[in-house]
Design a protein around this ligand. Structure first.
Ligand code: ADP
Ligand code: TZD
Ligand code: MG
Length: 582
């Protein structure tokens, strides 16, 4: 709504001319509402305090955080879950920079979000004369975003918001920066002209229909395969083409592997899942179909020894420049996954693709073997608890609650969690993603709870939790149904490292022993649980979920149970002369 009544009469009005006025604050809120934005995540302050207040007054839900990085992470995951850009609102310079980490992470992961930041006086910034919170924010944002814009005139707010939305959700989604100067926010404008300047964005993420030739080429390649494999990435989850993806996998009988955030696209107990035979299928597949997954470090860049050097690839991706980025792609399919999967289904002939029966048998045997091999450690009850026994307890509680979101970060807590916690529904697992970043936990949990209204269980390493832990106040303030399980092993990877100098300082990897994280949330009215065995953990989790209220479960894990860097120890540089840090 354009504000007319609430404003003091302008000079023109008091002189007898009747022309209603609006201002930049109102135009920003109007532009967002016009484009279906219903939630803003942010931290208020100069110059956007009134913008946050007004947005709330005008019916936008405003979730106010303790740190901009978490607000940005919430916006990013809201974008991933809804295909609409999540909005993060920040103050100038330091607030902007705090939020920028989340925007960069969103861009890296392909999540659509827009960081809107107020900024100081351009004339002073550009002459570097030392304004309050002075920073050339738009140029600082450029390297980390898909696009960065600045609005310098109030009549350009509508266009600025429209450009930001298009940039965030078209093609490969990503983080966008929109700079609003203080002058633009406070500027007055004729209300009619203001309203006319707004833009209702039409079809911001247009379908990108792949060429029929590319579909045919890919089907021919898959038909020639003896040991085909499908790899589902989080692009496939984002696309929300769940039924067609499942139908293609089931009609072709091709075994599939989900990347971490694609877990649940098909239920993890699906008979065609090859997750429990991962290394064998990667090494032996002769034709691999990537659906919304990049051949980056998480997939060994598609190279030997993880992959067969002779394997040939189909890649379905919206970004044409992703093709051939790490390894030659024999059959690129450039388009959106929804359009691509319906084209595949339309052109697939019955019986055209037939994985060899020996391939299916090899995978089934390997799965059985690996599951048996894991069973002993999965069912063990060591005291103190280790990662596996604690995760088993969580798995069992969540097993009949497929609607619950699982957020997961840490090192061992993440890597072992990914393997043990089965997902049954798409887009329910949210984790450290492409960067393996710590600090997404509370932001993702809040974003998921706010957009869905569903419960969230955040399974957090004790280090990982610390990066965004203060947001437990935010969680309590908005009474969000979030249960945080902290895997407290007293440190980064492990809790038993020692100071090699023999001095009194603790080693860089360890924290206060047996810290009472459960007591933190009590300060804000949440419930704390302190558990030391799987039965206690299962009961606390079931109780916390039943209450629907914020809770922390401080879960004491053997400090010696973890592996350095979890499953990616090999990425630590090893000194060529040996001995560093030992
Ligand atoms: P993962 O980490 O799960 O392997 P990545 O983030 O590496 O997944 O890859 C996701 C890929 O999906 C990106 O290359 C991105 O361009 C692509 N993508 C995202 N959305 C779509 C879509 N709607 N249609 C097609 N490709 C998409
Ligand atoms: N900072 C950021 C932003 N991201 C990171 N990934 C790291 C630092 C380095 N790092 C990891 O890669 S995992 C991790 C750090 C600090 C924490 C591991 O400890 P944890 O998990 O307590 O969260 P476990 O269960 O003890 O392994
Ligand atoms: Mg830890």
């Amino acid at each position: 709504m354009i504000a007319t009544e609430t404003k003091a009469p302008s000079e023109a009005e008091s002189n007898g001319h009747k022309s209603a006025l609006t201002d930049g604050f109102h135009l920003v809120v109007d532009a967002l509402k016009l484009n279906g934005i219903d939630t803003i995540y942010g931290v208020p302050g100069i110059p956007i305090t009134d913008l946050a207040r007004l947005a709330q007054a005008e019916g936008i839900r405003v979730i106010s955080f303790r740190h901009e990085q978490s607000a940005g992470n919430a916006a990013a995951i809201a974008g991933y879950l809804t295909q609409k850009p999540g909005i993060c609102l920040t103050v100038s310079a330091p607030g902007f920079l705090n939020g920028l980490v989340a925007v960069a992470n969103a861009t890296t992961n392909g999540f659509p979000m827009i960081q809107i930041s107020g900024s100081s006086d351009r004339a002073i910034i550009d002459l570097q004369q030392g304004d309050y919170e002075e920073l050339d924010q738009m140029n600082a944002a450029k390297p980390y975003t898909k696009a960065a814009f600045r609005v310098n005139k109030p009549e350009d707010i509508g266009i600025g918001v429209a450009r930001a939305i298009h940039a965030a959700v078209s093609g490969r989604p990503g983080g966008v920066y929109l700079d609003l100067t203080s002058d633009v926010l406070s500027a007055a404008l004729d209300a009619d002209a203001g309203e006319k300047s707004l833009v209702h964005v039409v079809d911001p993420s247009p379908r990108q229909i792949p060429s029929p030739e590319s579909i045919q080429r890919a089907l021919d390649l898959l038909a020639s395969a003896q040991r085909p494999l499908i790899l589902l990435g989080k692009g496939a989850a984002y696309a929300q083409a769940d039924a067609d993806i499942r139908s293609f996998i089931e009609k072709t009988g091709i075994p599939y592997l989900p990347m971490s955030m694609a877990k649940g696209l098909l239920p993890d107990n699906h008979p065609q899942s090859a997750a429990a035979a991962r290394s064998v299928v990667l090494a032996q597949a002769d034709v691999v179909m990537l659906i919304g997954a990049r051949l980056n470090w998480l997939l060994g860049h598609g190279k030997a020894p993880q992959w067969s050097p002779t394997a040939r690839f189909v890649q379905v991706d919206i970004s044409p420049t992703e093709i051939d980025s790490n390894r030659p792609i024999a059959a690129p399919v450039v388009g959106d996954i929804g359009s691509a999967m319906s084209a595949f289904l339309a052109m697939l002939k019955p019986g055209q693709i037939q994985p060899q029966t020996t391939w299916i048998k090899t995978i089934a045997e390997r799965k059985e073997h690996n599951i048996e091999r894991m069973a002993a450690s999965l069912n063990a009850n060591p005291s103190p608890m280790n990662f596996t026994s604690a995760l088993r307890a969580i798995r069992d509680v969540l097993d009949d609650k497929p609607e619950i979101y699982v957020v997961n970060e840490g090192a061992n807590t993440l890597d072992i969690g990914r393997n043990i916690i089965d997902m049954h529904e798409p887009r329910k697992r949210l984790d450290s993603g492409t960067w393996g970043v710590m600090g997404i936990g509370m932001g993702y949990a809040i974003g998921a709870a706010v957009t869905s209204g569903k419960p969230v269980v955040a399974i957090e390493g004790d280090s990982a939790f610390g990066f965004s832990g203060m947001e437990i106040e935010t969680i309590c303030r908005y009474s969000l149904p979030i249960v945080i399980v902290i895997f407290n092993n007293g440190g980064i990877y492990r809790g038993d490292d020692v100071n090699r100098s023999g001095g009194v300082d603790p080693a860089p990897m360890v924290f206060v022993k047996a810290a009472r994280y459960d007591k933190l949330i009590e300060a804000f009215g949440g419930t704390g649980h302190h558990v030391t065995d799987p039965q206690g953990l299962a009961k606390a989790l079931a109780d916390a979920l039943a209450s629907g209220k914020p809770a922390i479960i401080n879960c004491i894990i053997d400090p010696t149970a973890g592996t350095e860097s979890g499953h990616i120890q090999n990425l630590n540089p090893k000194s060529q002369i040996g001995g560093a840090g030992k």
